[in-house]
Design a protein around this ligand. Structure first.
Ligand code: HSE
Length: 315
């Protein structure tokens, strides 16, 4: 068993925006704000337990088998043949079922924390499959487009899943992100169940042209190419009907000069790529006002792309 080097650790793991419209399950990026915080403390109990959760309105399970943070720690400890006891305090600092990678951030923070406390026997790449197991527990599918950005930071391509093949993409200069979360809950599990099992070849051709264009745009810093490529003919048409005022929100963002607009992950959060802080703030405020006129409470965030991923902070 690896040496235990410290008793307590605090970890911040960022929220993430996945899919980027055309890249369902294969593209995502991390945000500076919001994110989750996990505090882990080793103990002699030989059990993984949840001591406290804040910010979830009592909605998250405290059963260590069902909570993603504790479950991924259990998978991890089993893998390294350890019966180490650990208690978890989880501060949820983002909305649940929002499309911002909430379960991913909790799993990633928990894994980075336990790995640190156990003396770092694994690299971050080696932690990825455990975080993906957390996603499977949370929504029934082990997608990596939230956990990988939260773990590694940056703009991430999951080139393949068997085994996970992660490629970090260059981030264009001055790329800002406007994020608006209408206060509705859309569980990812449900948002995946409504998707078609098969797609017409003509749609696939449009979609992979857009994915290729988007990647080329990131590499060449070509905002116009990014704008043309951020189109989704497969997932968005099915999911947007569950997000009130989606087309009006898009119009506001694009009329204000956004580079692209779409659903963040499985929604209901929406995001826009912007050219500046001011532009992203203005787009957030305008979309927020629109939602409020329809009595839809909301929160908004403005962020650059977070390049660090999960961060160990001092206690
Ligand atoms: N790619 C996943 C989906 C992300 O769209 O279902 C979930 O946040």
């Amino acid at each position: 068993m690896p040496n235990v080097i410290s008793k307590s650790v605090k970890v911040f793991a960022p929220a993430s925006v996945s899919n980027l419209n055309c890249g369902f399950d294969i593209l995502g990026f991390a945000l500076d704000d919001p994110g989750d915080e996990v505090i882990l403390t080793l103990n002699e109990s030989k059990k993984v337990s949840i001591e406290k959760i804040t910010g979830d309105n009592g909605l998250l399970p405290t059963d260590p088998e069902k909570n993603t943070a504790s479950a991924v720690i259990q998978y991890y400890l089993k893998q390294i043949n350890s019966n180490q006891g650990v208690s978890i305090i989880l501060h949820k600092k983002m909305p649940l079922n929002s499309g911002l990678g909430s379960s991913a951030a909790s799993s990633v923070a928990a894994l980075v924390g336990i790995n640190e406390l156990m003396g770092k026997p694994m690299s971050r790449r080696e932690l990825l499959p455990f975080a993906m197991e957390g996603e499977c527990l949370a929504c029934g599918n082990a997608h990596a487009d939230n956990v990988a950005p939260s773990l590694f930071g940056g703009l991430v391509l999951i080139r393949g899943y068997n085994p996970p093949d992660i490629v970090k993409l260059p981030v264009p200069d001055n790329l800002w992100c406007a994020i608006v979360h209408p206060e509705l809950s859309i569980p990812t599990r449900e948002a995946r169940q409504i998707l078609p099992a098969t797609i017409p070849l003509r749609d696939a051709v449009i979609q992979w042209g857009n994915v290729a264009g988007l990647i080329a745009g990131f590499y060449s810093n070509d905002m116009e190419l990014i704008r043309r490529s951020m189109q989704d003919v497969i997932i968005e048409p099915v999911r947007k009907v569950r997000i009130p005022l989606f087309d009006s929100m898009r119009k506001i963002a694009m009329d204000a000069g956004a580079i692209g607009f779409g659903i963040s992950g499985s929604g209901p959060t929406v995001f826009a790529f912007c050219n500046s802080l001011i532009q992203s703030e203005n787009i957030c405020k305008s979309i927020s006002s629109l939602l409020l006129t329809s009595s839809i409470e909301n929160q908004f965030y403005v962020s650059k792309i977070n390049q660090q991923g999960a961060l160990i902070t001092t206690l």
